[in-house]
Design a protein around this ligand. Sequence first.
Ligand SMILES: *Cc1c(COP(=O)(O)O)cnc(C)c1O
Length: 388
Amino acid sequence: MKKIYFDHNATTPVDPEVLDAMLPFLKEEFGNPSSIHWAGRNSRKAIEEGRDKVCRLLNCANLELIFTSSGTEGDNHAIKGVAYAKKEKGNHIITTKVEHPAVLNTCKHLAKDGFETTYLDVDSDGMIDLEVLKAAITPKTILISIMYANNETGVILPIKEIGDIAKARDVTFHTDAVQAAGKIPLDAQKLNVDLLTISGHKLYGPKGTGALFAKRGVRLVPLIHGGHHDRNRRGGTENVAGIAGLGKAAEIAMRDMEKESAQLSTLRNRIEKGLAEKIPHIKVNGHADKRLPNTANISFEFVEGESLLLNLDMKGIAASSGSACTSGSLEPSHVLLAMGLTHEMSHGSVRFSLGKSNTAGDVEYLIEIMPAIVERMRSMSPLYAGAK
Ligand SMILES: *Cc1c(COP(=O)(O)O)cnc(C)c1O
């Protein structure tokens, strides 16, 4: 059976060049990067080269990068790190209703320590209102954490404008850029962000790797206390192979981004148009232009998204509903609900997230098999009979 992977926002395969960059540090180059002797020297060098490459992707200085074990750790470190560092100044955090659970649940956890969070609404396009953001800032506001691009819909938020607002009000600004990194150009300097999270496995790097950009001068309480690694900001012997892989992934992303992004948006648009031509009662979710090139989020009315995914899986197609972290539970997507979709439409949504390996043939196969699957599922829905 044909196997087609349309779930790159959940994770990406490791690029063969990335694996090659990692292998020496899983084999003969085993030294501890903190050792001063010969065995450690190449490991140290690999970390610093990885750092250079990630910094080039983010346009930041080497001292401004902390390696992490995941995007989730980066988000935790940024949010808890600022909250604990600035707790004398205030206890108020602003975020949105459409963040990844790594941000939402960190803010929820901080409520136990007396921090209060405002969760901004989004409109039907998945956008926040900057005037509402401005009005939400109080003298107690210490942190704004707003994602760069949404993992479920691909919607890109106005990070530069948010950064300007945060700076004018002297509030620290963190962005979860896990889905943006590698897909669209990032520039930590121009964006006025203080903290920015990325994750390795979303850009063809290894799982269990990531980085947090922390602008010079931003105070951050460490999440992991230990030795003097990463300038005392994260204890623990570095994941040398992982960092070498993350660096290589960043380098490849810089090299290929433009070309790839044009290819992926062409395929994505074809999916949306092809399905809309053949299947009635569907809706593409998210802002029409301010969107990642690779992501299509589509609601199929009168269809249950999870069953649709199982049917696609039987045809060899991997896609997802909502975020990978919430699928498996039957909770409708918090992102789509925040955008005003009904429970039914949220339940009936599928995310196709494209990547390097996808071809026009993959897309045509999807467009070919989908109408019959949807029609068969709908024929079992009593609601559909009435709507037809
Ligand atoms: C995947 C993802 C994360 C979590 O990254 P991990 O490395 O899997 O922990 C955080 N935020 C967003 C937007 C994501 O898509």
